[in-house]
Design a protein around this ligand. Structure first.
Ligand code: PLP
Length: 391
């Protein structure tokens, strides 16, 4: 800027303002660094730049200090090598597969997987000639029988985000590693806060930061954290090749959400458990699918591997209550919104027709999933009471 002729025209001055460096300014809140262009000190630094070098800044797509701040915080709390951010949780899911598979490969996903993963399997992965086979989420060490010489990745989602089965991650990881495959986990349920994915054998941990980390139902974002540098490098390279990045303003909102995440999660855990137990006692309810309750498949694994539960759980109505009854229940609720996601401020309720997507789903009654928000628990119970009355 000092090389510019002076005085500058007002237009140029708008672009090159005299900036005061805020010496002596310290805040509890992080700044928000936005950039497409990143300026270099000299041509030598420009010529020798590399977008893959995270010790420097090169362009908006390879991140600003705001990006690095969030990446570092996630890698730190997960105990991984490093993290890459993606513009949605689903994008992060896709990029946990794509760098590690080639035509002719085979991957394994659980039968209770987050539904859009099925879309990825039947769409892009199929088009790439990658075969996706399903396994029973409760299979544990038995997964070794499904491993093939070309199995490159075993996907784990625990608990499954609708039916809540808890998988034996250490047993699955041991068998997958013995067969030469990587293990990637969708760790969104626990936000990595209640499940130490890397200590239990995962190589890759994926989050929809959309849920508890962001925490306020106002953005979508995802992350991939890798256990080691080689795995991280493959994800990072593909993210750079395809221009995957997030807006610093959205990243700031996640950074803003993080300090309250543990508190919000503890609150959600307590309220959701109280509500789950209250629902369990209702005569209309056949069973409650909540990992911290003994009815839930894999409950003992949850007790062994998790340090807490969160605000999302499901329940199954008695056989006579079908989809129309579930619709009456949900539409009678005023505080529970009808919409996807969870981990945000407001409570949500949805019903899923599992007979379409799950082989051998054993229940005739409708399933309802709740995401408990931050409302006063007694108001939520009163709302749910109206839902049961509408049955
Ligand atoms: C378990 C799980 N994984 C991933 C995602 C995808 O996250 P996003 O909504 O940010 O794409 C979701 C979203 O509901 C989810 O429930």
């Amino acid at each position: 800027m000092s090389k510019q002729p002076t005085p500058l025209s007002p237009t140029t001055h708008l672009i090159h303002p005299k900036r005061d460096v805020p010496t002596g300014f310290r805040s509890l809140a992080p700044g928000t660094e936005r950039a497409s262009t990143v300026l270099f000190e000299n041509i030598d630094k420009w010529v020798n730049r590399s977008g893959a070098d995270e010790s420097i800044y090169t362009y908006g797509t390879s991140g600003t200090p705001t990006t690095r701040d969030l990446q570092n915080r996630i890698a730190e709390w997960e105990g991984g090598f490093a993290t890459v951010l993606f513009p949605s949780g689903l994008a992060a899911v896709a990029y946990a597969f794509l760098p590690f598979v080639a035509p002719g490969d085979h991957v394994l996903v659980p039968g209770n997987v987050y539904d859009p993963v099925r879309g990825l399997a039947n769409g892009l992965l199929k088009q790439m000639n990658v075969t996706v086979a399903q396994y029973d989420p409760l299979i544990g060490a038995g997964i070794s029988a499904l491993m093939k010489p070309n199995t490159k990745l075993v996907w784990v989602e625990t608990p499954g985000s609708i039916t809540m089965e808890v998988s034996d991650l250490p047993a699955i990881a041991k068998a997958a590693h013995a067969g030469g495959a990587l293990v990637a986990i969708d760790n969104t349920y626990s936000a990595g806060w209640y499940l130490r994915a890397f200590e239990l054998g995962a190589d890759i941990s994926v989050h929809a930061l959309t849920k508890y980390p962001a925490g306020h139902s106002d953005l979508v974002m995802g992350s991939i954290t890798a256990k080691d540098e080689a795995t991280w490098r493959r994800v990072k390279d593909m993210a750079l090749q395809t221009g995957q990045c997030c807006a610093p303003d959205d990243i700031y909102l996640v950074l803003r959400g993080l300090p309250t995440m543990p508190m919000r999660m503890r609150h959600a855990e307590k309220v959701a458990l109280d509500i789950a137990n209250w629902i369990k006692a209702r005569p209309e309810v056949k069973l409650v699918l909540h990992p911290a309750l003994p009815d839930c498949a894999g409950h003992d694994t949850w007790k062994r591997d998790f340090t807490g539960s969160t605000g999302v759980f499901s329940f199954v109505l008695h056989d006579q209550y079908k989809a129309d009854a579930a619709a009456r229940f949900i539409e009678a609720l005023e505080l529970f919104g009808i919409g996807a996601s969870w981990g945000g401020i407001g409570s949500l309720a949805l019903t899923y027709n599992l007979t379409k997507t799950r082989a051998n789903w054993p229940h005739q009654g409708a399933l309802i999933r709740l995401g408990i928000g931050l409302e006063e628990p007694s108001d939520l119970i009163a709302d749910l009471t109206n839902g049961f009355a509408a049955l």
